[in-house]
Design a protein around this ligand. Sequence first.
Ligand code: E4P
Length: 222
Amino acid sequence: MTADFHLYLDSADLGELRACLPHPVVHGVTTNPTLLRRAGVSRAELPTLLRECLALGARQVQAQVQAADTEGMLDDARRLLAGFDPGQLVVKIPATRDGLRAGAQLSAGGHPVTYTAVYAPEQAHFAAMLGAAYAAPYLGRLEDSGIDGLGLIARMQALVAQTGAPTRLLVASVRSREAYLALLVLGVGAITIPPRLFPALLDHAATVEAERAFLADAQAMA
Ligand code: E4P
């Protein structure tokens, strides 16, 4: 049995993504309009970027709607989903009143949805009620605003688990290895990390040093 956990990379920068992918510990890539703007990716270029991520081994890619009303969100979602196999593209929708309406229709149609910008436990519970694949709270940003982010996410996790729904918390705004490990202890089902955190999780100095010594001994063996 393998661990039922999804690690995502949170980036729209192909250079950053190529430094990590392909890698079997990575489930997918999350994007949002802020990351796209920062990486200089236009609306028209987004499908190509998402396809490149899949070609790099991502099993799922996530892209966000860019409208604030339910119908606009659904139009955006249909445009995003066109050309991807079922389940490959997860539609990200802010967990607003309209967002929950749009997401519920998409989930009912069998499309995976992430409710994003989840700041309150009841929003995570609504995500589970509506059959979302993911609900994304932002740990670092919660803590920036003086909230006990881990405590709040623990409450969300308990509420989602209680529903029995397959919805996973997909924690974003994770800025350190310590935060990542604390979230694993809480039992969240998914975490998205900036690629700059990838080496801190994958490349441990003591392991690299042990390997170096083994390789030196292997060379010196009779
Ligand atoms: C999530 O979708 C964002 O990309 C993430 O929260 C950004 O993290 P930051 O708060 O460290 O900028």
